[in-house]
Design a protein around this ligand. Structure first.
Ligand code: MSS
Length: 366
């Protein structure tokens, strides 16, 4: 038997039984480990690092971390201590890897086979990027993107653009973006991007740059490989290309966390189905549940506090199941009336899977 992989040292503080360790840089939360009280505890939150994380020594003097700001009237570098004087905001967001749900793509796209657990809902605290921009005289004319660069040390002798974690998002993201130093009430861990991380609420995980060392307002998207060729919605049969859409805003999505697939047969009788739903940059208006694979739908109840449009909502649905096999599915609608689709949008990278059918749970009732 294959032993479960141990947690790597920088993630040793995580709750091992809650996680599926795919590799030293990819760990997802087990479907059955998601709780029902909105916030994902830090020690159960998934990790995705495209590069090995930096040395833990970068956390020794957090306030001395330096962020370079470019593309503003008065471009300069600011220490974290200075950033902390420019304002404070707290926001709950769904942090989700753009490849979450890749395991449900039939063609087995290369990349981590995440099921539902490359996601969590966490609270960030930091300074709004717009405050920083204001303090530096505003964004220079003609800039269309906000480009963040990760602080990983890159190996010598390799074109840095081929490895650097550098992503651009449309300038409009400036309204909600945060430079965060705290997550779930604690100083930001190395695993999740401490001492300082760019949070782009409602955008796919990869845009939330950890160990951010440079924030630039740019006229064009960065030509770093992770932006130009990585994380593109490439149609089947084609090669990744900067002209294809990038993974930016998340789509409306929901899934059931209980009952879980492949669990022991349930006893016939009352069952409480619960799960999570979110709308990316918009809130959730409603969630519907079907216990017959999507033939008939009934509204679920939204439970727990509403932590704002970027957070997920918990939903619950009481039903009675007779013996037999049942396909339980859920579908969310956002506040703009967008309904979670039945089918995923096919793409070679296995990104943006929001299909309600793919996320269904088949249960046996004895
Ligand atoms: N940042 C940096 N610096 N680096 C890396 O690698 N990754 C990405 C983000 N950011 C990175 C960064 C990804 S890709 C993701 S998801 C995220 O992050 C995750 O997070 P956590 O905290 O959970 O780990 Mo996919 O889309």
């Amino acid at each position: 038997f294959a032993q479960p992989r141990p947690l790597p040292a920088y993630a040793a503080w995580k709750d091992a039984p809650s996680l599926i360790v795919h590799s030293n840089t990819t760990m997802e939360t087990r479907r059955g480990a998601f709780g029902t009280s909105v916030i994902t505890p830090s020690n159960q939150l998934y990790i995705r690092n495209n590069l090995p994380p930096p040395e833990a020594a970068i956390l020794a003097q957090r306030d001395e971390w330096v962020l370079e700001l470019v593309g503003v009237a008065q471009a300069r570098s600011l220490r974290l201590a200075e950033l902390k004087t420019l304002g404070l905001e707290t926001v709950a967001t769904v942090l989700q890897c753009s490849g979450n749900g890749r395991a449900f793509f039939p063609g087995k796209p290369s990349g981590t086979p995440w099921t539902v657990g490359a996601a969590g809902c966490v609270v960030w605290s930091g300074v709004p990027v717009r405050n920083v921009v204001k303090a530096l005289g505003g964004v220079q004319d003609g800039m269309k993107f906000l480009t963040g660069t990760g602080g990983e040390k890159l190996p010598e002798g390799i074109d840095p653009k081929s490895l650097v974690v550098e992503r651009s998002v449309p300038l409009a993201a400036l309204d909600d973006a945060l430079l965060a130093w705290e997550m779930n009430g604690e100083p930001l861990s190395l695993a999740h991007g401490g001492p300082l991380r760019l949070i782009v609420p409602g955008y796919q995980g990869v845009n939330n740059i950890k160990y951010i060392q440079r924030l630039a307002f740019t006229a064009r998207e960065t030509d770093a490989r992770i932006m130009a060729h990585g994380y593109r919605l490439t149609p089947p049969g084609q090669q990744p290309d900067p002209a294809q859409p990038s993974v930016w805003e998340m789509g409306v999505k929901s899934w059931i966390n209980s009952p879980q697939p492949a669990q022991e047969p349930l006893a016939a009788g009352p069952v409480l189905i619960h799960g999570v739903a979110f709308g990316g940059v918009r809130g959730v208006q409603q969630v519907e549940v079907s216990v017959d694979g999507g033939k008939q739908w009934k509204p679920a109840e939204l439970v727990g506090p509403d932590l704002g449009r970027f957070a997920w909502r918990q939903f619950a649905f009481k039903t009675t199941l007779a013996s037999g096999t049942h396909l339980l599915v859920c579908r969310a609608t956002d506040t703009a009336g967008q309904v979670q689709p039945q089918a995923r949008m096919d793409n070679t990278g296995g990104y943006n899977n929001t299909s309600w059918l793919d996320h269904g749970v088949k249960v046996q009732v004895a």
